[in-house]
Each structure stands twice: as C-alpha cells, then as structure tokens.
Design a protein around this ligand. Sequence first.
Ligand code: HEM
Length: 451
Amino acid sequence: PPVDRPLGTLALLKELRRNPVATWTRLHYDRLLLSGESILGKIVVVSDPALIRHILVDNVANYPKDRLQQRVLSSGLGRGLLLAEGDNWRMQRRALAPLFTPRTVMSFQVAMADVASELVERWDRQRDGRRLDASREMARATLHVLARTIFSDGLGRRTEDFIAAVTRYLEAMGKLDPLDILDMPAWIPRVGRLKARSTLQFFDGVVTTMIEERRSLIQKSPEAAPRDLLTLLLEAADPESGEGLSEDDIKANIVTFIAAGHETTSNTLTWALYLVSQDPHARARLEAEVDRELPDGRFVPGSIDALPYTRAVIDEALRLYPPAATLTRDAIGPDMLGTLRVKAGGRIVISPWVLHRHNKLWPSPGVFDPNRFLEPNKQSIDRFAYLPFGAGPRVCIGASFAIQEAVIILATVVRRYRLDLCAGHVVMPLQRVSLRPQGGMPMLASQRNRD
Ligand code: HEM
C-alpha cells in the first residue's frame, strides 16, 4: 500500500536505495501533476496523458534523458542506443531500424519457440511437481533467446559462462548508489561498479571474439553467415550518410540489447505467471487458448495472432508491473506544463508504475483483468496512459521483439505446466534494473499435458 505522507530526506534516501517504487505516496495515485522539492532537486511528477505526450513527443527536444540514469548506466552501456543523445542517437536509431522491422522480428520466432520448448523439456526431466524459482527460470530463458538471436549458436560452450557473467554484472549495476542519487562527481569510485569491472572485461573479450569470428565468416562466404542481430549490426549503416557503426558502437549496442532486453522481458513473464496463478478464471481461459493453439505443445511460428488472450495477459502484466517503472528527463529550457512553470534543469518523472495504477485513468486499477486489452476494449485506452515501452521517438526499439518473445514463452509454459505460488511466500515488487519480485518467485510446477 502507498505511504500517506512524503518521506523525510534521510528516510527518502534510504528508501530510494532500498526500493524506489515504495516511495510513492497516496497523492501520486490521485493527482495528474505534482511538483515538489526533494533530495533529487525540484521534481515534477507527470501522470496527465496530454502532458506526457507534450514531453515525450511534441516538445521532446526540450526533454533529454536525465543525468542520473546516464551516469548509473553508462559504465556498461557506453554510448549505445539507450543512452545516446542528439545527432549520434539519431544516426544510431536510423542505422539500427532494420534490426527490429516486423519481418526481422518475425524471423526470430523459430529461435524463441526453440528456447521455450527446451525450457519445458528441461522441467520435464527434473521438475514435475517440484518447486522452482519462476523468476530465475524466466531469466535463463530470456538470456538464451538473446544469446540465440544475437549470436545464433556462435557462443557454443561459452553460453553458460556468458549468461552467468551477464547475471552477475546486472546484479552489481542494479542498485542505485547514494553517490549517484546525490549527483556526486563520477570520478568518486562506486563500490558496486568496481565489482562489476572484471565481469565487464570478460564480457568485452567474448563479444570482441564473436565480432572477429563473424567478420571473417562474412568475408569468406557471406551467404553462410546467419541473419542474426550480430550480422545485422555489422551491416548496419545510417541510410542518410551511409556511415556504419564503429566497433565501440557495435559492442555498446550488444551490451545494451542484453541489459535492456533481458530482465525486462523475464520479469514481464514472471509477473504474468504470478498474476495468472492468482486468478482461476483467467488461468482457465489462458489454458483453453494454448491447448487449442499449441496442439503439439510447441509454438508454431507464424501463429502469434491466434493467441490474443495470451497477449492480453502479457499486456496486463506490463500494466500492473511495468519493468521500466520510472522514466526520467531533465528540462533543458523553461516550459509550461499546463499551468505549471518548469524551469531549465527541472527534473521530470513519468512513472509507468504510478500511471498504470492511477485512480483517474483506470477503472479498478489494482485489479488484474486481461479483458482490458482485448478488442474492442483496448480501443478506449489512452496511448499516453499506458507506457510500458515509453513513447515518442525514444520508444523502446525492442517492444515487438519482447512482446513476441513473452507470448511464445508464456504460451509454451502454460501449455505444459500449471504454476502455483508456494504457500506462505509474500510477493513484493522491488525496483532494481527493472521491477522484479523481491526474493524471486518460488512456485510449484505440475505437469498439465504430456505430449
Ligand atoms: C528503450 C522498456 C525490451 C532495447 C526502452 C524504453 C522503455 C523500455 C520504457 C524507453 C525508456 C525511456 O524513454 O526513458 C522495455 C520493456 C521491455 C523491453 C518493458 C520488455 C518487456 C527490450 C528488448 C530490447 C530493448 C527486448 C532489445 C533487444 C531497448 C533500446 C532502447 C529501449 C535499445 C532505447 C531506444 C532509444 O532510446 O532509441 N525500453 N524494453 N528493449 N529498449 Fe526496451
């Protein structure tokens, strides 16, 4: 439950470090625009869809990403697409567009279906009727999807080491450092970041080797090179200038895809499994859909549109537990937000978490109801009241990749298993790199169908 009053400075600092999502007060869920002083300086929290549109679309040039997130993330992601600004961002966004066209994303359905099938087959061998941590299982699956869609099978035996390294690295990066919250100079070492350094070096080594191997394969026989994200990155060029990506840009974007696309998608799946386990009606409907559409237990590439309810469950999980729980921007010049004057340097917070649970924007906001996202109900949702992937020119480039992946994995899991939350486990959302369940999601898996 939200707290009633804003927290004092020390309590707020402590809570921001422990769990930023717990700092929202009751007022935030009732008001569409709130401004106030805090240890982060003057902050404006915007939940009015029309004003969000103004910030993310109409006057976007005035609202670049804020320094805090730039600083927290930049040691690993360099100047990849997520953190680039200005002309460099525009150039990268144009160059990377071919990696995420509907056609390219669709071509990844086979890899996603393979990973999903391997996941349930592994459970078949070890887990029937047993306890598992759904959050760990989903994290593994989404990392395997990234390993396959970026490198095809190129990582080979290195896959597990690679996956372990990414997990360790994101763990170290996931906690807001008080020095960053207080905007202290970047040269003061952050303990968490130091721990991550050796992992980053290992990671850099693997990626460098993968790029070299692929370059030489493309030179020898271009047709033999798989059409995965790595090949597409090596081919990527700004259509306006013809300029390709530098070696550093390529590496930064591989790290970016993994950091931005791994935990976000795995947490979406974990929350979806949790929500479904709490709602017998939704569960029955989901099971009926996947039993009908995955008769052999396997997702058939090309059949995403036959799974509208599965998709609606994912959309609703993204509403209640948006992995990117806050979006932040700094105003570079003065502006008016409705009647509120924003000064240059003012920090703007748009919180999908608050927005998606706002009393003025959603009927029964706390209730899990996938029907909201079925046609025709979906039509009445304001585009700027639902922002799991952001909006405007900086909208998530991987949104359709992530949705497709989540639908395929959820459908395959539910087709074969029913998951129930372990008795006595208290579920708490914790905001780290993304919004994850504190202490994982212990669930009991029982087999529904043996194919
Ligand atoms: C940007 C959410 C999956 C790559 C974003 C933004 C959000 C978001 C909210 C905008 C941030 C802002 O405006 O401040 C999510 C969620 C995902 C997901 C909830 C999963 C459910 C992915 C995947 C990839 C990816 C799978 C890549 C494979 C990116 C990149 C950007 C981005 C590169 C930066 C785009 C730009 O600034 O031009 N994501 N994302 N994301 N996302 Fe995702």
